[in-house]
Design a protein around this ligand. Structure first.
Ligand SMILES: *[C@@H]1O[C@H](CO)[C@@H](O)[C@H](O)[C@H]1NC(C)=O
Ligand SMILES: *[C@@H]1O[C@H](CO)[C@@H](O)[C@H](O)[C@H]1NC(C)=O
Length: 307
């Protein structure tokens, strides 16, 4: 009797997990629904372009009928999973399509970020897009940050203007010697300028890879950590597909982007993009560290905020 009970307990415990047949089936079913919703062919094979770096038993690749494929990441009470691009780049544009955890996603964080190989924290750079989940019916927050030489505190937050769980949307990071630009469905939302001339920090020398992950962060993510992950709603799934990495192209005759002369207009934001950026920020910006004078009242606003 006791072993049977134990088995039953284990099975019911597993029901909410990512492993085993049930987890895979759930991911597959959700994915099939998503594939019907959006039939655009993905351009690249995730399987070829990324490697799962942790939680491999919580990541599944699916082929879709567009010939592309999708990486489903599963989060349960034990852990989530994360991947990175196989290649690293010094200046590139990264685009990827993501469909976020649906329904009650409170406590979960789905990410897209750039990061170098393991380096000491003092020289750690990072460009972050973190999608903070919420309870059913309440909106996600897109939390962004930029770390240079181990120092972040450059947060900006946005409200998305669509339901990011109903379909795939394209999230992009353009990184060149003059800007780090974040885009949502091709709309620029954040432009972090290289103000190194004036002594501000900017990542300029080490290659970075694109990373993605789904993990539990219910100590801070949702409504400041007040709303916890509801594990009875687990397993949670986020879907990634079509990673495109386009290396930065310098002007003809220039060896690489880092050699582009400072006066070159190569990396200037086209006027239409500048206008789109202004409009997106007027409409969707929730928080900007550059506007947080209370927070920086003792030190003054960071240099890059005062151009
Ligand atoms: C979200 O909720 C709807 C309505 O209850 C349901 O049809 C759908 O399957 C749920 N999606 C997931 C991923 O659980
Ligand atoms: C979740 O929803 C609440 C209520 O609408 C909102 O205040 C909050 O910013 C949303 N996002 C997060 C991550 O808490």
């Amino acid at each position: 009797m006791a072993p049977l009970l134990l088995l039953l307990l284990l099975c019911s415990g597993r029901r909410r997990g990512c492993g085993g047949v049930v987890g895979r089936l759930a991911a597959m079913l959700t994915f099939v629904v998503a594939a019907v919703v959006d039939k655009r062919a993905a351009m690249a094979l995730m399987y070829d372009d990324v490697e799962v770096v942790w939680g491999a038993d919580h990541s599944f690749f699916y082929m879709d009928d567009g010939g592309g494929d999708t990486l489903a990441i599963c989060l349960d009470e034990t852990h989530g999973s994360g991947f990175r691009s196989r290649d690293a780049y010094l200046y590139a544009r990264f685009d990827i399509d993501i469909m976020l955890v649906a329904n009650n996603s409170a406590g979960t964080v789905t990410t897209l970020y750039l990061m170098p190989e393991d380096v000491p924290w003092e020289i750690h750079d990072e460009v972050d897009l973190e999608f903070l989940g919420n309870v059913t019916g309440e909106p996600y927050t897109l939390h962004t940050n930029i770390f240079v030489d181990g120092k972040g505190q450059r947060e900006q937050q946005f409200r998305l203007w669509f339901d990011p769980t109903a379909d795939f949307h394209t999230y992009s990071i353009i990184w060149n010697p003059k800007h780090i630009i974040m885009l949502v469905d091709g709309v620029p939302i954040r432009d972090f300028k290289n103000e190194a001339r004036r002594g501000a920090a900017f990542p300029t020398w080490q290659k970075m890879r694109a990373h993605g992950s789904l993990w539990n962060a219910d100590d801070w993510a949702t409504q400041g950590g007040r709303v916890k992950t509801d594990w009875s709603a687990a397993p949670f799934y986020a879907y990634y597909r079509g990673l495109r990495a386009t290396p930065c192209a310098p002007s003809p005759g220039v060896a690489w982007c880092g050699d582009e002369p400072p006066e070159s207009p190569r990396f200037d934001l086209p006027p239409t993009d500048a206008a789109a950026l202004r409009k997106a920020r007027e409409e969707h910006l929730l928080y900007d560290y550059c506007a947080d004078t209370t927070r920086f009242k003792d030190t003054g606003l960071p240099l890059e905020c005062t151009s």
